[in-house]
Design a binder for this molecule. Structure first.
Ligand SMILES: [Zn+2]
Ligand SMILES: [Zn+2]
Length: 403
Protein backbone atom coordinates (compact mmCIF):
# COMPACT_ATOMS: atom_id res chain seq x y z
CA UNK A 1 0.00 0.00 0.00
CA UNK A 2 2.76 2.32 1.00
CA UNK A 3 4.54 1.52 -2.22
CA UNK A 4 1.41 2.20 -4.23
CA UNK A 5 1.02 5.59 -2.57
CA UNK A 6 4.62 6.40 -3.26
CA UNK A 7 4.17 5.38 -6.88
CA UNK A 8 1.06 7.52 -7.25
CA UNK A 9 2.76 10.48 -5.61
CA UNK A 10 5.77 10.08 -7.89
CA UNK A 11 3.67 9.81 -11.05
CA UNK A 12 1.60 12.80 -9.90
CA UNK A 13 4.76 14.89 -9.51
CA UNK A 14 5.90 13.78 -12.91
CA UNK A 15 2.59 14.82 -14.44
CA UNK A 16 2.87 18.27 -12.77
CA UNK A 17 6.47 18.66 -14.02
CA UNK A 18 5.36 17.84 -17.58
CA UNK A 19 2.55 20.37 -17.36
CA UNK A 20 4.96 23.06 -16.10
CA UNK A 21 7.50 22.62 -18.93
CA UNK A 22 6.73 25.53 -21.18
CA UNK A 23 7.36 25.79 -24.90
CA UNK A 24 9.99 28.53 -25.34
CA UNK A 25 8.73 31.74 -26.92
CA UNK A 26 11.89 32.15 -28.99
CA UNK A 27 14.53 29.76 -30.20
CA UNK A 28 17.74 30.62 -32.06
CA UNK A 29 18.04 28.43 -35.12
CA UNK A 30 21.70 29.35 -35.53
CA UNK A 31 24.13 30.02 -32.72
CA UNK A 32 25.75 32.82 -34.61
CA UNK A 33 27.96 35.48 -33.17
CA UNK A 34 26.76 38.82 -34.51
CA UNK A 35 29.70 40.73 -33.08
CA UNK A 36 32.40 38.79 -34.93
CA UNK A 37 35.15 40.57 -36.82
CA UNK A 38 37.32 39.15 -39.59
CA UNK A 39 40.93 39.87 -38.67
CA UNK A 40 43.36 40.68 -41.47
CA UNK A 41 46.68 39.53 -40.05
CA UNK A 42 49.73 41.48 -41.13
CA UNK A 43 53.34 41.46 -39.95
CA UNK A 44 55.28 44.27 -38.38
CA UNK A 45 57.20 45.95 -41.20
CA UNK A 46 60.43 47.80 -40.38
CA UNK A 47 59.17 48.51 -36.85
CA UNK A 48 55.79 49.79 -38.07
CA UNK A 49 52.38 48.25 -37.49
CA UNK A 50 50.16 47.70 -40.51
CA UNK A 51 46.79 49.40 -40.18
CA UNK A 52 44.03 48.64 -42.63
CA UNK A 53 42.12 51.71 -43.77
CA UNK A 54 39.22 52.57 -46.02
CA UNK A 55 39.42 56.30 -46.63
CA UNK A 56 36.50 56.74 -49.03
CA UNK A 57 32.92 55.63 -48.32
CA UNK A 58 29.52 57.27 -48.66
CA UNK A 59 26.41 57.19 -46.52
CA UNK A 60 22.72 57.74 -47.08
CA UNK A 61 23.27 61.43 -46.31
CA UNK A 62 24.84 61.89 -49.75
CA UNK A 63 24.31 59.18 -52.40
CA UNK A 64 25.04 55.97 -50.45
CA UNK A 65 22.43 53.54 -49.15
CA UNK A 66 23.95 52.75 -45.73
CA UNK A 67 23.76 55.14 -42.80
CA UNK A 68 26.89 56.23 -40.87
CA UNK A 69 26.37 53.65 -38.08
CA UNK A 70 26.05 50.90 -40.67
CA UNK A 71 29.26 52.02 -42.37
CA UNK A 72 31.14 51.84 -39.06
CA UNK A 73 29.79 48.38 -38.22
CA UNK A 74 30.55 47.08 -41.71
CA UNK A 75 34.13 48.38 -41.60
CA UNK A 76 34.77 46.83 -38.20
CA UNK A 77 33.29 43.43 -39.21
CA UNK A 78 35.55 43.46 -42.28
CA UNK A 79 38.79 44.02 -40.40
CA UNK A 80 39.34 47.74 -40.89
CA UNK A 81 41.27 49.72 -38.24
CA UNK A 82 40.65 53.11 -39.82
CA UNK A 83 37.61 54.51 -41.62
CA UNK A 84 36.98 57.86 -43.27
CA UNK A 85 33.38 58.61 -44.15
CA UNK A 86 33.65 61.01 -47.06
CA UNK A 87 30.22 62.05 -48.21
CA UNK A 88 29.89 64.44 -51.14
CA UNK A 89 30.26 68.02 -50.03
CA UNK A 90 28.19 69.37 -52.89
CA UNK A 91 25.34 66.90 -53.17
CA UNK A 92 23.09 65.57 -50.45
CA UNK A 93 20.82 62.97 -51.95
CA UNK A 94 19.67 62.02 -48.47
CA UNK A 95 18.49 65.54 -47.78
CA UNK A 96 16.78 65.68 -51.18
CA UNK A 97 14.95 62.45 -50.32
CA UNK A 98 13.89 64.01 -47.05
CA UNK A 99 12.40 66.94 -48.97
CA UNK A 100 10.51 64.52 -51.20
CA UNK A 101 8.86 62.64 -48.36
CA UNK A 102 8.01 65.82 -46.49
CA UNK A 103 6.82 67.71 -49.59
CA UNK A 104 3.09 67.04 -49.06
CA UNK A 105 3.35 68.67 -45.64
CA UNK A 106 5.45 71.59 -46.80
CA UNK A 107 2.88 74.11 -47.97
CA UNK A 108 5.32 76.80 -49.03
CA UNK A 109 7.36 74.25 -50.99
CA UNK A 110 10.42 75.80 -49.40
CA UNK A 111 13.12 74.79 -48.78
CA UNK A 112 13.22 72.33 -51.65
CA UNK A 113 16.96 72.06 -52.21
CA UNK A 114 19.99 71.02 -50.27
CA UNK A 115 22.34 73.75 -49.24
CA UNK A 116 26.06 74.16 -49.37
CA UNK A 117 27.30 72.91 -46.00
CA UNK A 118 27.57 75.55 -43.37
CA UNK A 119 26.62 78.33 -45.74
CA UNK A 120 23.55 80.49 -45.49
CA UNK A 121 24.68 82.72 -48.33
CA UNK A 122 23.63 82.28 -51.89
CA UNK A 123 26.50 80.66 -53.81
CA UNK A 124 27.67 82.28 -57.04
CA UNK A 125 25.89 79.69 -59.18
CA UNK A 126 22.59 81.01 -57.90
CA UNK A 127 21.28 77.86 -56.21
CA UNK A 128 18.64 78.61 -53.59
CA UNK A 129 20.42 78.12 -50.27
CA UNK A 130 17.47 76.16 -48.91
CA UNK A 131 18.02 74.26 -45.70
CA UNK A 132 21.25 74.48 -43.80
CA UNK A 133 22.91 71.11 -43.32
CA UNK A 134 25.26 70.18 -40.48
CA UNK A 135 27.81 68.06 -42.28
CA UNK A 136 29.69 67.26 -39.07
CA UNK A 137 26.61 65.44 -37.71
CA UNK A 138 27.35 62.48 -40.02
CA UNK A 139 30.65 61.98 -38.24
CA UNK A 140 29.15 62.46 -34.79
CA UNK A 141 26.72 59.63 -35.53
CA UNK A 142 29.56 57.39 -36.77
CA UNK A 143 31.72 58.15 -33.74
CA UNK A 144 28.90 57.45 -31.32
CA UNK A 145 28.48 53.94 -32.81
CA UNK A 146 32.24 53.40 -32.74
CA UNK A 147 32.36 54.27 -29.04
CA UNK A 148 29.14 52.61 -27.87
CA UNK A 149 30.02 49.31 -29.56
CA UNK A 150 33.58 49.39 -28.28
CA UNK A 151 35.16 49.10 -31.72
CA UNK A 152 37.95 51.57 -31.07
CA UNK A 153 38.54 52.26 -34.76
CA UNK A 154 40.20 55.47 -35.82
CA UNK A 155 37.49 57.48 -37.57
CA UNK A 156 38.78 60.26 -39.78
CA UNK A 157 36.56 63.17 -40.66
CA UNK A 158 36.44 63.84 -44.39
CA UNK A 159 34.38 64.53 -47.49
CA UNK A 160 34.52 64.23 -51.28
CA UNK A 161 34.63 67.37 -53.39
CA UNK A 162 33.87 67.59 -57.10
CA UNK A 163 33.07 70.09 -59.76
CA UNK A 164 31.84 67.78 -62.49
CA UNK A 165 30.93 70.45 -65.01
CA UNK A 166 34.49 71.79 -65.08
CA UNK A 167 35.84 68.22 -65.43
CA UNK A 168 38.39 68.79 -62.68
CA UNK A 169 37.85 65.38 -61.12
CA UNK A 170 36.83 64.20 -57.67
CA UNK A 171 38.97 64.77 -54.56
CA UNK A 172 38.80 63.52 -51.00
CA UNK A 173 39.65 65.76 -48.09
CA UNK A 174 40.59 63.91 -44.90
CA UNK A 175 41.58 65.06 -41.38
CA UNK A 176 39.23 68.01 -41.74
CA UNK A 177 38.20 69.63 -38.47
CA UNK A 178 35.00 71.43 -39.50
CA UNK A 179 33.30 70.22 -42.67
CA UNK A 180 30.73 73.00 -42.54
CA UNK A 181 33.31 75.66 -43.29
CA UNK A 182 35.32 74.30 -46.22
CA UNK A 183 33.01 74.86 -49.15
CA UNK A 184 34.12 77.49 -51.68
CA UNK A 185 32.73 78.17 -55.12
CA UNK A 186 36.19 77.70 -56.66
CA UNK A 187 37.51 74.20 -55.93
CA UNK A 188 41.03 75.50 -55.40
CA UNK A 189 39.76 77.82 -52.66
CA UNK A 190 38.04 74.85 -50.98
CA UNK A 191 41.38 72.97 -51.12
CA UNK A 192 43.07 75.90 -49.38
CA UNK A 193 40.47 75.82 -46.61
CA UNK A 194 41.13 72.09 -46.12
CA UNK A 195 44.85 72.80 -45.82
CA UNK A 196 44.22 75.60 -43.31
CA UNK A 197 42.52 73.00 -41.13
CA UNK A 198 45.51 70.66 -41.41
CA UNK A 199 43.74 68.33 -43.84
CA UNK A 200 45.12 66.19 -46.68
CA UNK A 201 43.73 65.92 -50.20
CA UNK A 202 43.86 62.99 -52.59
CA UNK A 203 42.59 62.56 -56.14
CA UNK A 204 39.81 59.97 -56.45
CA UNK A 205 39.18 57.37 -59.23
CA UNK A 206 41.47 59.27 -61.65
CA UNK A 207 41.51 57.00 -64.78
CA UNK A 208 43.57 58.30 -67.74
CA UNK A 209 46.48 60.51 -66.71
CA UNK A 210 46.13 62.81 -69.78
CA UNK A 211 42.79 64.07 -68.47
CA UNK A 212 44.59 65.61 -65.53
CA UNK A 213 47.36 67.51 -67.24
CA UNK A 214 45.50 70.79 -67.63
CA UNK A 215 46.67 74.16 -66.37
CA UNK A 216 44.35 73.87 -63.38
CA UNK A 217 45.80 70.49 -62.37
CA UNK A 218 49.38 71.74 -62.71
CA UNK A 219 48.48 74.77 -60.65
CA UNK A 220 46.97 72.84 -57.72
CA UNK A 221 49.95 70.48 -57.82
CA UNK A 222 52.48 73.32 -57.85
CA UNK A 223 50.59 75.03 -55.03
CA UNK A 224 51.18 71.91 -52.88
CA UNK A 225 47.47 71.23 -52.52
CA UNK A 226 47.48 67.56 -53.60
CA UNK A 227 48.95 64.89 -51.32
CA UNK A 228 47.88 61.59 -52.80
CA UNK A 229 46.02 59.56 -55.40
CA UNK A 230 43.49 56.76 -55.10
CA UNK A 231 45.33 54.25 -57.32
CA UNK A 232 42.57 51.67 -56.78
CA UNK A 233 38.87 52.42 -56.43
CA UNK A 234 36.90 49.26 -55.67
CA UNK A 235 38.12 46.70 -58.20
CA UNK A 236 39.45 49.37 -60.57
CA UNK A 237 43.21 49.88 -60.62
CA UNK A 238 44.91 52.84 -62.37
CA UNK A 239 48.48 51.75 -63.29
CA UNK A 240 49.48 55.14 -64.74
CA UNK A 241 48.80 56.72 -61.37
CA UNK A 242 51.43 54.63 -59.61
CA UNK A 243 54.08 56.36 -61.70
CA UNK A 244 52.53 59.72 -61.09
CA UNK A 245 52.62 59.11 -57.32
CA UNK A 246 56.30 58.20 -57.47
CA UNK A 247 57.22 61.19 -59.66
CA UNK A 248 55.20 63.74 -57.68
CA UNK A 249 55.79 62.25 -54.23
CA UNK A 250 52.10 61.55 -53.59
CA UNK A 251 50.90 58.80 -51.30
CA UNK A 252 48.91 55.91 -52.77
CA UNK A 253 45.58 54.81 -51.36
CA UNK A 254 43.00 52.20 -52.30
CA UNK A 255 39.40 52.63 -51.21
CA UNK A 256 36.00 51.03 -51.72
CA UNK A 257 34.14 54.29 -52.52
CA UNK A 258 31.24 52.22 -51.19
CA UNK A 259 27.78 53.51 -52.01
CA UNK A 260 26.01 50.16 -51.58
CA UNK A 261 26.85 47.35 -49.15
CA UNK A 262 30.45 46.17 -49.11
CA UNK A 263 29.62 42.53 -48.21
CA UNK A 264 27.89 41.76 -51.50
CA UNK A 265 30.81 43.13 -53.48
CA UNK A 266 33.91 41.75 -51.77
CA UNK A 267 33.44 38.78 -49.43
CA UNK A 268 31.16 36.98 -51.91
CA UNK A 269 33.99 37.18 -54.41
CA UNK A 270 36.45 35.81 -51.87
CA UNK A 271 38.28 39.10 -51.29
CA UNK A 272 38.80 41.54 -48.50
CA UNK A 273 37.30 44.91 -49.24
CA UNK A 274 39.64 47.27 -51.09
CA UNK A 275 41.83 49.04 -48.53
CA UNK A 276 45.07 50.85 -47.84
CA UNK A 277 47.72 49.27 -45.63
CA UNK A 278 49.29 52.10 -43.64
CA UNK A 279 52.67 51.59 -41.94
CA UNK A 280 52.52 53.62 -38.73
CA UNK A 281 53.80 53.42 -35.16
CA UNK A 282 50.30 53.75 -33.72
CA UNK A 283 46.73 54.09 -34.86
CA UNK A 284 46.39 57.77 -34.02
CA UNK A 285 45.46 60.71 -36.22
CA UNK A 286 48.93 62.19 -35.88
CA UNK A 287 50.86 59.01 -36.73
CA UNK A 288 48.56 57.98 -39.58
CA UNK A 289 48.81 61.43 -41.13
CA UNK A 290 52.59 61.28 -40.80
CA UNK A 291 52.65 57.83 -42.46
CA UNK A 292 50.61 59.12 -45.40
CA UNK A 293 52.83 62.16 -45.85
CA UNK A 294 55.92 59.92 -45.78
CA UNK A 295 54.17 57.66 -48.33
CA UNK A 296 54.34 54.50 -46.19
CA UNK A 297 51.36 52.75 -47.77
CA UNK A 298 50.38 49.79 -49.90
CA UNK A 299 47.07 49.25 -51.63
CA UNK A 300 45.01 46.05 -51.61
CA UNK A 301 42.39 45.47 -54.31
CA UNK A 302 40.83 42.19 -55.43
CA UNK A 303 43.66 40.03 -54.07
CA UNK A 304 46.41 42.23 -55.57
CA UNK A 305 48.85 44.53 -53.77
CA UNK A 306 49.96 47.80 -55.33
CA UNK A 307 52.67 50.23 -54.25
CA UNK A 308 56.28 51.30 -54.34
CA UNK A 309 58.65 48.41 -54.94
CA UNK A 310 60.58 48.95 -51.71
CA UNK A 311 57.41 48.66 -49.58
CA UNK A 312 56.14 45.66 -51.53
CA UNK A 313 59.50 43.97 -50.94
CA UNK A 314 59.58 44.85 -47.23
CA UNK A 315 55.99 43.69 -46.81
CA UNK A 316 56.33 40.30 -48.48
CA UNK A 317 59.63 39.64 -46.75
CA UNK A 318 58.05 40.40 -43.37
CA UNK A 319 55.01 38.23 -44.22
CA UNK A 320 56.82 35.20 -45.60
CA UNK A 321 59.39 33.26 -43.64
CA UNK A 322 61.90 31.65 -46.00
CA UNK A 323 64.12 28.86 -44.66
CA UNK A 324 66.85 26.83 -46.28
CA UNK A 325 66.09 23.11 -45.90
CA UNK A 326 68.73 21.15 -47.82
CA UNK A 327 71.07 20.91 -50.76
CA UNK A 328 70.80 17.69 -52.76
CA UNK A 329 73.65 15.15 -52.84
CA UNK A 330 74.83 16.24 -56.29
CA UNK A 331 75.05 19.84 -55.10
CA UNK A 332 72.98 21.18 -57.98
CA UNK A 333 69.72 21.98 -56.21
CA UNK A 334 68.62 23.68 -53.00
CA UNK A 335 65.24 23.39 -51.29
CA UNK A 336 63.61 26.15 -49.28
CA UNK A 337 60.34 26.47 -47.36
CA UNK A 338 58.17 29.56 -47.69
CA UNK A 339 55.71 30.09 -44.83
CA UNK A 340 53.08 32.79 -45.23
CA UNK A 341 52.26 34.33 -41.85
CA UNK A 342 49.88 36.95 -43.23
CA UNK A 343 46.27 36.97 -44.41
CA UNK A 344 47.26 37.92 -47.96
CA UNK A 345 47.90 35.42 -50.78
CA UNK A 346 51.06 35.69 -52.88
CA UNK A 347 51.53 34.41 -56.43
CA UNK A 348 55.20 33.50 -56.78
CA UNK A 349 56.35 33.07 -60.36
CA UNK A 350 59.57 31.38 -61.57
CA UNK A 351 59.61 31.09 -65.35
CA UNK A 352 56.41 29.34 -66.39
CA UNK A 353 55.53 28.07 -62.91
CA UNK A 354 53.32 30.01 -60.52
CA UNK A 355 53.26 28.91 -56.88
CA UNK A 356 50.22 30.21 -55.03
CA UNK A 357 51.20 30.78 -51.41
CA UNK A 358 47.96 30.91 -49.44
CA UNK A 359 47.67 32.59 -46.03
CA UNK A 360 49.10 30.51 -43.15
CA UNK A 361 50.45 27.84 -45.52
CA UNK A 362 53.94 26.60 -46.30
CA UNK A 363 55.32 25.69 -49.73
CA UNK A 364 58.56 23.79 -50.35
CA UNK A 365 60.29 24.87 -53.54
CA UNK A 366 63.57 23.63 -55.01
CA UNK A 367 65.94 25.82 -57.01
CA UNK A 368 68.26 24.27 -59.59
CA UNK A 369 71.25 25.70 -61.44
CA UNK A 370 70.79 28.78 -63.58
CA UNK A 371 71.60 27.89 -67.21
CA UNK A 372 73.46 31.15 -67.84
CA UNK A 373 75.54 31.45 -64.69
CA UNK A 374 75.82 27.76 -63.73
CA UNK A 375 75.08 28.79 -60.11
CA UNK A 376 72.17 27.55 -58.02
CA UNK A 377 69.50 30.28 -58.22
CA UNK A 378 68.64 32.40 -55.20
CA UNK A 379 65.10 32.23 -53.74
CA UNK A 380 63.76 34.88 -56.05
CA UNK A 381 60.35 35.26 -57.70
CA UNK A 382 58.34 37.65 -59.75
CA UNK A 383 55.22 38.34 -57.69
CA UNK A 384 52.33 38.16 -60.13
CA UNK A 385 49.74 39.71 -57.82
CA UNK A 386 51.91 42.67 -56.86
CA UNK A 387 52.08 45.81 -59.00
CA UNK A 388 54.69 48.55 -58.91
CA UNK A 389 55.59 51.35 -61.33
CA UNK A 390 54.91 51.01 -65.04
CA UNK A 391 52.23 48.35 -64.67
CA UNK A 392 54.96 45.91 -63.68
CA UNK A 393 55.30 43.09 -61.20
CA UNK A 394 58.23 43.36 -58.80
CA UNK A 395 60.89 40.68 -58.63
CA UNK A 396 61.56 39.92 -55.01
CA UNK A 397 64.48 38.08 -53.48
CA UNK A 398 63.54 36.48 -50.17
CA UNK A 399 65.77 36.99 -47.19
CA UNK A 400 66.60 33.63 -45.66
CA UNK A 401 65.45 33.42 -42.04
CA UNK A 402 67.67 31.62 -39.58
CA UNK A 403 65.93 28.93 -37.55
ZN1 LIG B 1 33.78 60.35 -56.82
ZN1 LIG C 1 33.04 58.71 -53.85
Amino acid sequence: MKRLLLFLAASGLLATATAQKKIPATYNTCKESWNRRTEIITPEVKGYNCYKADLHVHTSYSDGCVNPSGRVMEAWYEGMDILAITDHLESHGGVRKFFKVTAPYNKNKKPTRYVVPGSTKMPKNGIDPGLKVDFNAIHKEAESTNISRGYGMLLIKGCEMARNKEKLGHYNAIFVKDLNSIYAFELKDAFKKVKEQGGLIFHNHPSDVSRYETEWHEDVHNSGLIDGIEVANGYRYYPQMVNRCIERKYFMVGCTDAHGFTAHRYSVNGHFRTHTIIFAKECSEEKVKEALLKRRTLVYSGGDLIGEEKWLSEFINASVECQFVKENSKGDSRTYTFTNLSSYTYHLRRGGAVHVLEPFNTLTISFGKDKKTGRISDPQFRIDNMWCADHQHPTIEFKIDKK
